[in-house]
Write a protein that binds this ligand. Structure first.
Ligand code: NAD
Length: 474
């Protein structure tokens, strides 16, 4: 249906919004639907309903909250075909990947429901009993980017709701629809006000982080925006968790089986059109295997189908939005202007939509923009290294510290290299695997705090210690 309209969910009810904005299909550049552009008054209503719902939700037994998280996952899975088709249309990713994003979100909700909220007795002596308990913080603003709209929302919703918080969820302006639709489908599953879903143009994020009714901001997005979020949250000392950008290095040692790793290395960089915070964005290859591995990666790249994510067989979709498309083209142009060598790609696709061909660069200098900056697109620099100390130094020489990967048959050595890397997650002979049961977060300017694991649940809790003096015994 052309220009279908989706509604926000505020206090369990549909809110169409006084104003709307268009949502494009990045494979065509055409607007195909309208999303509500949340007004200040509508945001106030969403925050007020989350505040009103908080006491009862906090008091709800955790077993019931677990049950409702599982019910949410069930509703999402029942609607997987519709939701993943919609996600491909607004986000651009190939349909199987959209199913992975939506299905992964449901999985995350179910797994988050299994976490325990700890209680810690630090003293139980003749004089005193001391216990630290973890309760919810209040109303959480969950702010999500456009690369994985559903699974990244679930990273926040699962632990926040489990811990007894209520939520105002805001998707990115270029990918609001699947999240709005999930809000519509979940009405009646959760008590009214526990989960509010609002969408809006660029004005909405800053309103949300500055709102006095918000107690905690859980933000995923760029480092640049993360700094603004922290600044805005500082006014009322809102708690923040920031999951930000990355410039992940892969370190490929000389003992790899070139034929075996080429395909995995390719996807480490190009899955989701390179638009992953933990995509490999710099690939350091030991000089002894540089030439054969370069040839194998480029040979594989030439077989990969780039196209509309809705078409069967598409493996890489368009860039998600015009701003990011321009940024990626600018980095390619910079590489051209500096005379760096392209192994594949580098030309404009010259088709409608935001398509950039798979682009691989041959050993540009370390200070090249494409090496130093987060490209967040299908462009990868291959870089040659000589020895381990040198490559560890180059890998760590970044303001980011999100992820890193090591590719080798010497696992013991890889474990040692891992301890030397300044990255919140290190993979050995794989990349991008995350678990609801393991902490994920960034070093340096890649973030503050973590998602996932018991530590991720505690980010949505505040500690309260109760000291009880025991009566003196005669
Ligand atoms: P972005 O920072 O532009 O936007 C992220 C979200 O913040 C969107 O919902 C946006 O509307 C909102 N926003 C924008 N300005 C705001 C403001 N001033 N106050 C509050 N909210 C605001 O990021 P993006 O371009 O959507 O996403 C790409 C970036 O996200 C990349 O840098 C990527 O590495 C990062 N990312 C990080 C992780 C992680 O877990 N570390 C995961 C995915 C993406």
């Amino acid at each position: 249906m052309a220009n279908q309209t989706y509604t926000m969910t505020i206090n369990g009810k549909a809110v169409a919004g006084g104003e709307t904005f268009g949502v494009e299909n990045p494979a065509t550049g055409q607007v195909f639907a309208q999303a509500p552009d949340c007004s200040k008054a509508e945001l106030d209503a969403a925050v007020a309903s989350a505040r009103a719902a908080f006491p009862a939700w906090k008091a709800t037994p955790i077993a019931k909250r677990r049950e409702l998280l599982n019910a949410m996952a069930g509703v999402i899975m029942q609607n997987l075909p519709e939701l993943s088709r919609l996600l491909t249309r607004e986000q651009g990713k190939p349909h199987p990947d959209a199913e992975g994003d939506v299905g992964g979100g449901a999985f995350w909700l179910m797994e988050s429901a299994k976490h325990e909220i700890p209680e810690h007795v630090s003293e139980d002596s003749a004089e005193r009993h001391a216990v630290t308990r973890y309760g919810p913080i209040g109303v959480v603003a969950a702010i999500v980017p456009w690369n994985f709209p559903i699974i990244l929302a679930a990273f926040k919703l699962g632990p926040a709701l489990l811990a007894g918080n209520t939520v105002v969820l805001k998707p990115a302006p270029t990918t609001p629809l699947t999240t709005l639709r999930i809000g519509e489908l979940l009405r009646g599953v959760l008590p009214d006000g526990v989960l509010n879903v609002v969408s809006g143009s660029d004005r909405l994020g800053p309103w949300l982080t500055a709102h006095p009714g918000i107690d905690k901001v859980s933000f995923t997005g760029s480092t640049q925006t993360g700094k603004k979020v922290m600044e805005s949250a500082a006014h009322s000392l809102k708690r923040v968790t920031l999951e930000l950008g990355g410039n992940d290095p892969a370190i490929v040692m000389p003992d790899v089986d070139v034929k075996k790793v080429a395909e995995d290395l390719f996807w480490a960089a190009f899955r989701n059109t390179g638009q992953i915070c933990i995509a490999t964005k710099r690939m350091y290859i030991h000089k002894d295997v540089y030439e054969p591995l370069k040839a194998a990666i480029v040979e594989y790249a030439a077989t990969v189908k780039v196209g509309d994510g809705a078409e069967q067989g598409t493996q890489i979709g368009p860039i998600q939005n015009s701003a990011q498309y321009k940024r990626v083209l600018e980095l390619i142009q910079d590489a051209k202007d500096n005379g760096y060598k392209f192994l594949i790609g580098g030309d404009e696709a010259k088709v409608p939509g935001y398509f950039v061909p798979i682009t691989i660069l041959d050993n540009p200098p370390e200070n090249a923009r494409i090496v130093q900056e987060e490209q967040f697109g299908p462009v990868l620099p291959l870089l040659k290294f000589d020895n381990l100390d040198e490559v560890v130094g180059r890998a760590n020489d970044s303001e980011y510290g999100l992820g890193a990967s090591i590719w080798t048959s010497d696992i013991e050595r890889a474990q040692d290299i891992a301890t030397r890397l300044q990255a919140g997650t290190v993979w050995i002979n794989e990349s991008q695997h995350l678990s609801p049961h393991a902490a994920f977060g960034g070093f340096k300017q890649s973030g503050i705090g973590v998602e996932g694991g018991p530590e991720g649940v505690l980010e949505f809790c505040q500690a309260q210690t109760v000291f009880t003096r025991k009566p003196a015994t005669a």
